[in-house]
Design a protein around this ligand. Structure first.
Ligand SMILES: [Cu+2]
Length: 176
């Protein structure tokens, strides 16, 4: 009887060990996954500071895409955003801008409203939803936008307000 008890104890501890080993492997895999995620995040944004001014850059191309999905700034910080249209198409065919919107703005509804503002570079004139925006650029053009980041932390949407572009050209401006 005793032997049986010992044997079953042994096998129990073996099972327990096996379980632990598996768990350890799992956590390793999770850590690896997190690391990749962090790397991805870094490659989609650049946060440099020069004389206390946060330097950000963003590009738009002929494929109707921004090169970053996220931009980051400290709450209330001075920001200098260099925005460049790296394509070759005209402003009339493939114009791009950067429009930073207030928290909670419905970006698709805003995009529709903006599409009607043909005479104002596709920025609705009577809107309270825009925090700041650049001019509309054509291929090869660039502009620098200086502004103060919102003082309220959180995620803000940025979009291109050229008709139809909001579906693909959108990102998060993260204030922390
Ligand atoms: Cu655009």
């Amino acid at each position: 009887m005793k032997k049986i008890a010992i044997l079953s104890l042994l096998s129990l501890s073996l099972i327990a060990c096996g379980g632990e080993a598996e768990k350890k492997e799992d956590s390793k895999m999770t850590i690896g996954g997190n690391e990749t995620e962090v790397k991805d995040e870094k490659s989609t944004e650049s946060t440099e500071e020069e004389n206390g001014v946060i330097q950000l850059s963003l590009e738009g191309n002929d494929q109707m895409k921004y090169n970053k999905k996220r931009l980051r700034a400290k709450a209330g910080a001075e920001v200098e955003l260099t925005f460049k249209h790296v394509g070759e198409m005209s402003k009339q065919a493939m114009g791009h801008n950067f429009v930073l919107l207030k928290k909670g703005t419905d970006i698709m509804a805003f995009g529709e409203k903006a599409a009607g503002a043909v005479d104002n570079d596709y920025i609705p004139q009577d809107t309270y939803e825009v925090i700041v925006h650049t001019e509309m650029l054509g291929g090869g053009e660039s502009t620098v936008l200086k502004f103060t980041a919102p003082t309220e932390k959180g995620e803000y949407d940025f979009i291109c307000s050229f008709p139809g572009h909001v579906a693909l050209m959108k990102g998060k401006f993260i204030v922390n």
